[in-house]
Design a protein around this ligand. Structure first.
Ligand SMILES: Nc1ncnc2c1ncn2[C@@H]1O[C@H](COP(=O)(O)OP(=O)(O)OP(=O)(O)O)[C@@H](O)[C@H]1O
Ligand SMILES: [Mg+2]
Length: 324
């Protein structure tokens, strides 16, 4: 396997009413070709901002540092022409809010075929045929008819699927998908996951998949990174990480999930407290106020993300779940 994207020291500061605020703090990860790289973590932990940074789609006033090596170039410092060449064609994004990716005034057919034509130089009729195929792949009923529709005429879940079809139209090498299946019912969701899995196997598509659904994660992601307050606190191969979490936060996230085998009426163990806002990030390990294992060191020193085995990375001074 070769590395498609290598992110090093990604830090993002946003301009806010109360001054600059660091939202993503020194994040490192690599995405291999043909790999699905999962990103999870509570709401507000910086998942979306970290991927918007890769696409240079941050709000005005944002500052980014670090590197994102992709094909010998740094995505974070690409200038507009090179950026246009890469974005859409090689890197595509499905936004958390599907309306962001759809133009309200253009028909679905127009939006799909423009994409196919601009990236593949296909004839009008070939592009139309491919547009129908793409809609079939994301299971839009009656695709020929759907091509004439406008975004507002579709339900939220259908818009999400149309946004996925548009993102895939240019046959990207890397798809960044931010909660792509959250609005979808289980069968449609399974269809989308199968589609991504097939594109990964047949075309070597790589995917950065942001999802809070650890079930989705375990069914498709090869690797998972867990975000907390703008940092990765733990990462590793999905099965490994989900069955033997090392970070107290990852463990708490998993404990908060309903287990199918749990007795009916069993209360879920909620994580005490709430995630910190960037304005009031705790000192040391940002999770320490909510962590039953926190030490004095956790309260003052930010734990670095370090290798604890061949494939696992952990940022915890205490490491209470270290295997014996
Ligand atoms: N345009 C903005 N200006 C200022 N702060 C912002 C802006 N967008 C996001 N933030 C803040 O950045 C932090 C991270 O936001 P982000 O959208 O990346 O979270 P997330 O992990 O994707 O959460 P969710 O799971 O809810 O989508 C949050 O505290 C959020 O309030
Ligand atoms: Mg988000």
């Amino acid at each position: 396997m070769s590395t498609l994207l290598d992110v090093q020291g990604l830090t993002v500061t946003l301009a806010t009413n109360s001054g600059p605020m660091t939202i993503v703090d020194d994040v490192d990860y690599a995405v291999e070709q043909g790999q699905v790289f999962g990103v999870a973590g509570e709401s507000g932990s910086g998942k979306t901002i970290s991927v918007l940074a890769l696409m240079q789609l941050l709000p005005a006033g944002a500052q980014t540092s670090g590197r994102a090596n992709y094909g010998g170039q740094d995505l974070l410092s690409l200038r507009s022409r090179a950026l246009r060449r890469v974005r859409g064609a090689e890197l595509a994004m499905v936004f958390q809010d599907p309306l962001t990716s759809l133009h309200p005034m253009l028909s679905i057919g127009k939006q799909l075929t423009e994409h196919v034509r601009s990236h593949e130089g296909a004839s009008r009729s070939a592009a139309a045929k491919r547009a129908v195929e793409l809609l079939e792949e994301v299971r839009i009923p009656d695709p020929e008819h759907a091509l004439h529709g406008f975004p507002h005429q579709f339900s939220g879940g259908m818009r999400q699927r149309i946004a996925i079809a548009i993102a895939l139209a240019a046959r990207p090498k890397l798809l960044i998908a931010d909660e792509p299946t959250t609005a979808l019912d289980v069968t449609v969701q399974a269809g989308i996951l199968r589609l991504l899995d097939r594109l990964r196997r047949e075309n070597g598509l790589s995917v950065i998949l942001i999802t809070h659904d650890l079930g989705v994660m375990s069914s498709i992601a090869d690797e998972v990174a867990i975000f907390y307050a703008g940092r990765i606190v733990e990462s590793g191969p999905t099965h490994d990480l989900l069955t033997a979490p090392r970070h107290p936060y990852t463990r708490a996230l998993l404990d908060a999930l309903p287990h199918p085998e749990a007795a009916e009426g069993t209360a879920l163990i909620a994580i005490p407290g709430s995630p910190p806002t960037p304005r009031a990030r705790p000192s040391g390990c940002a999770f320490h106020p909510r962590c039953p294992y926190a030490s004095d060191q956790s309260r003052v020193e930010v734990p670095p993300l370090v290798a604890v085995s061949e494939s696992r990375l952990l940022a915890c001074h205490v490491d209470p779940f270290r295997p014996a």
